[in-house]
Ligand binder design. Sequence first.
Ligand code: IFM
Length: 452
Amino acid sequence: MGFRKDFVWGAATSAYQIEGAADEGGKGESIWDAFCKEPGRVRDGDSGITACDHLHRMRQDVQLMKELGIRAYRFSVSWPRLLPEGTGRVNEAGAAFYSELIDCLLDAGIEPYLTLYHWDLPLALARRGGWMNSDIVRWFGEYAGLVGERFGSRVSRFFTINEPQCFIGLGYQSGVHAPGERHSVRDTLLMAHHVLMAHGRAVQMLREKAGRDILIGLAPTCGAVYPASESPEDVEAARKVFFSIPEEGRWTWNVSWWSDPVFLGHYPEEGLRRFHDVMPDVQPEDMRLISEPLDFYGQNIYNGWCVRAGEDGTPVEVPRYPGFPRTASDWPVTPEALRWGPRFLWERYHMPLYITENGAACTDVLSLDGQVHDPQRIDFVRRYLRELRRAADDGADIRGYFYWSLLDNFEWHDGYSRRFGLVYVDYRDQRRIPKDSAFWYGDVIRSNGGCL
Ligand code: IFM
C-alpha cells in the first residue's frame, strides 16, 4: 500500500523561531520577546530578535523550498505582528507580510498550512492575565476571525494551536519557557480549559470569516508509547499508557486531556477523577464549543517509549539499553513512535492525521567543502518514515508529513544551539545552505516515499 497518492510532503516553521524583525514593522511585543530579555532564561542570552531574518528573506526562502521540491509549508502567524495589542488595532504591515508570503507560496505551487498560535502570546494580553483570563477565548476568536477574513480566500488549511502540552507545561508549570511562570495544577487546568475553548472559538471564527469552505485541525504533541511486541497484551498495555494521564507535576504531557474533549466531547475519566478537587467549573456549553467539528488532526511526534504487559497485564516500561541512540538534543531515536502513535490515535479518534512535526537536531557543521553533510538526519527520517508507512499499511488515515524544520532556527530556551533544519543557517551572515538531507528529502517527495 504505502503512502496515499495525494500524500502531502511538507516542512514546518514557526513565526518567532524564524522571522526575526521582532521589534520592526509595527509588531507588538510577545511573551517571548520579554522572556529573552530576562538574564539567564535562554542559553547564551540568545533571542529571536534576528532569528533567521526570514521577514526580510521570505522570497528567497520560498524559492529555496520550491527548488528542493517541498510541496507544503506549515508556518505560524505571529499574533502580535498582526494585532500588536492582541485585540483591536490591526498592524497593516504585518498583514501585508503574511499576505505576500501566501501569494509567494501559491505562485511557487506550495500549499500553505497556517497555524494560528505557536506560543508567541502578545505581551499586552499576558499583562491582562493571558491564558488565566477567560476573555482570551474572545481575544483568540477575534484574532482567528481576522486571519480568516484576510487570508481565508487563499489559504484553505489551518491549525489553531500548536503543542498546548508544551506551552502550558513549560511556560506555566516548570517555567523554563516564556513567560517563565510556575503555577499550581489548579491554575494550569483552568488555562488548559481556556486554551481548548479558545481553539473552539477560533474554529467558529475562521469558518465564519473565511467566507468559503476551509479545513481546520489542531496540532498537539505526544511522546508515543509503543509495544515491546505485536502480542495483543503488549499492544493493549502500550495503548493504555499512551492515553493515560501522568501524575500532577507532569500532567500536561498527555494525549487524552487535550484531544478527548475536542474529538469525543468530554475530558477523560481518569483525569476527572484525579483532578476532582482542582478542576475548573466546566459547563456543557464549554464542551460544545471545544468539540466544534474539525476536518483533520495534526500531531507532532519526535519520540516515544516502549511498554510491555507485565505478568498480570499491568503495563511495564521497557528500559532503554546503554548507549541507546539519541539526537543532538539528547532525545531518544525511536522510529516505532511513528507507527504506533498514529495508529493508536487513528483507532481512538478516527480523524485523518497529519504528522505536523517530526525531525532531529544534529551536530551539523559547514564542512571544508562548503556543504553540510548530515547522514544521521537522513537515517533518522528514513527510519521514521518507514514506520509511518507501516501505520498507513495498518489502516491509519495518514494524510501528510511535515519535517521540522525547514531552517535551523531559534530553539526556544536552547537558543541557536540546536539545529533541526533541512537547511543550514549561518547566523553570521544568514546564508542558507541546504544540507544533504534537504536534497534527499526532495527525492523522497518525488518518489512519494518510494526511495525509502
Ligand atoms: O522547535 C520546536 C517547535 O517549536 C515545537 N515542537 C518541537 C520543536 C523542536 O523542539
